[in-house]
Design a protein around this ligand. Structure first.
Ligand SMILES: [Zn+2]
Length: 280
């Protein structure tokens, strides 16, 4: 009898131990999952949710198609404007990039060299994230819809891409965002210059947000591009003129050299007529 009870007690003890250990394992697993989730949330908090490449496109559009006109009017963007440099979290890092030559990029913080800007961007994310200006918490990439970033990026390809199918809801959303930008950056009631630039901004960026007719995006080209084209045209013209000049000089020298040689040969040749006369 005693043996029987002792055997049962052992079984109960074993089952109790098994149950408690499985509970303990389940609790430990739950705790681990919760810890992992907390860690992920902390990482998410620190991570910047703003596309660097889209921000760069937006920045290039602003510098090529807006700022030359804003600067020519001596207008200062208000800080409430999303296009103000202070509202660009990548501004500090982007100012520390050197393109030494094609396929060679340098980080100014640590002088490390990269073959591609993509690797330099990754380097900034991994090594210099402390230089991100997250104080304003505004992302320049958010203005891409209003500023036609996709179209701008396609300009570097052979065929600029116009939107194939027009989606009225998207177009309306982008147009609204564009007009909000125009009104916050250039409040028309502020001054005549602000009113002028407000109208210009809407013509340059907002009018093309329509499905009704195909309007030119950025109807007024940037001063930078025009100057660049002029420089290229002048350089090409100078090269052609120099090439023609050297060709003419070369041909002239060649002709005169041949003439001199011909004359020398003619002089050194014996005169048969003269010798005959002397013999007679
Ligand atoms: Zn670096």
């Amino acid at each position: 009898m005693r043996r029987f009870w002792s055997w049962r007690i052992w079984v109960v003890v074993f089952l109790a131990l098994a149950l408690s250990s499985s509970r303990f394992i389940a609790c430990a697993e739950k705790y681990r999952v919760s810890e992992e989730r907390q860690r992920q949330l902390q990482e998410e908090k620190g991570r910047v949710h703003c596309s660097r490449s889209r921000s760069r496109t937006s920045r290039n559009i602003v510098s090529e198609y807006l700022m030359p006109f804003v600067e020519s009017e001596k207008y200062t963007l208000p800080k409430s404007c999303r296009l103000h440099p202070d509202n660009d979290i990548y501004r500090e890092q982007e100012g520390n990039i050197d393109e030494l030559r094609p396929m060679q990029w340098q980080c100014r913080y640590c002088k490390k060299l990269f073959r591609s800007q993509v690797y330099l961007d990754m380097h900034f994310d991994n090594r210099h994230s402390e230089n991100l200006d997250t104080s304003s918490n505004k992302c320049l990439a958010d203005t891409c819809g209003a500023l036609h970033c996709d179209y701008f990026d396609s300009l570097s390809s052979s065929k600029p891409k116009m939107q194939a199918t027009c989606k009225p809801a998207v177009v309306e959303k982008n147009r609204h965002a564009c007009e909000v930008l125009a009104n916050t950056c250039f409040p028309a009631e502020k001054s005549p210059v602000a009113k002028k630039l407000n109208d210009f901004f809407k013509r340059q960026f907002c009018d093309a947000h329509t499905c009704k007719k195909k309007l030119k995006i950025y109807p007024r080209g940037s001063g930078i591009d025009r100057n660049r084209s002029l420089i290229y045209a002048l350089s090409f013209f100078t090269i052609v003129v120099l090439a023609l000049f050297y060709l003419v000089v070369y041909l002239h020298k060649r002709e005169s050299g041949m003439l001199i040689k011909g004359l020398r040969r003619a002089r050194s040749r014996p005169s048969f007529k003269g010798s005959k006369v002397q013999k007679d």
